[in-house]
Design a protein around this ligand. Structure first.
Ligand SMILES: [Zn+2]
Length: 213
């Protein structure tokens, strides 16, 4: 099974990716992790990527594809993979298709977890993190025993600055702008599976398994 996961911030993509990866016994490939690992290894590819990041640039599509291809050629990926955070652009998607085609492989499905902006804002702006231990809690799903106080360490619960409404709206705009061409690209290939992300973890997980059968 070869999957791509797409979803806006706050939709629970990471949680679902973990469940689905375990179900199918495939590897969860997060671009961020792969990039960080390659850089810490100090390989030629990693050093080159680092030189772009250090200058505040994005790693160019062709360089990123080299790093992703290298990872996708490793043994543990043979049974399948779940891509998270890649591809983000049409050239990246095309590059990935060419790479897989050469290996006689293809993407089986693109899971797009969807939730309207109103609900995303509600979810993200209900998150609080403990200033002492970093524990994250969501007031929508579980209220702390004492208001404003961390259950684990009695630290103060605060809202992270990137969870404020203005910042969330900005993040969503960036996300939608970046993702909509990708969705169209995979829609044309008829491999996109839209999943309603409004339910709880278990509901959404069941829908994902259903659309993959
Ligand atoms: Zn705490």
């Amino acid at each position: 099974m070869r999957l791509i996961f797409i979803g806006p911030p706050g939709v629970g993509k990471g949680t679902q990716a973990k469940l689905v990866k375990e179900y199918f016994q495939i590897v969860h490939l997060s671009t961020g992790d792969i990039l960080r690992k390659e850089i810490s290894r100090g390989s030629n590819l990693g050093n080159k990527a680092k030189s772009f990041i250090d200058r505040g640039h994005l790693v160019p599509d062709n360089e990123l594809l080299k790093i992703m291809s290298k990872r996708l050629n490793e043994k543990d990926v043979k049974k399948g993979f779940l891509l998270d955070g890649y591809p983000r652009t049409i050239p990246q998607a095309q590059g990935l298709d060419v790479f897989l085609h050469q290996k006689n492989q293809k993407i089986d499905a693109v899971i797009s977890i969807e939730l309207d902006n109103k609900n995303i804002i509600k979810r993200l702006s209900s998150r609080r993190s403990c200033e002492k231990c970093g524990n994250i809690t969501n007031l929508l799903f579980s209220l702390p025993k004492m208001e404003g106080v961390c259950d684990k360490c009695d630290g103060k619960l605060l809202q992270r600055s990137d969870d404020s409404e203005d910042v969330i709206i900005e993040r969503l705009e960036v996300y939608n702008k970046q993702t909509s061409p990708l969705l169209t690209y995979y829609q044309k290939k008829e491999i996109i599976k839209k999943v309603d992300g409004s339910g709880n973890i278990d509901n959404v997980y069941k829908i994902i398994l259903k659309v993959l059968k």
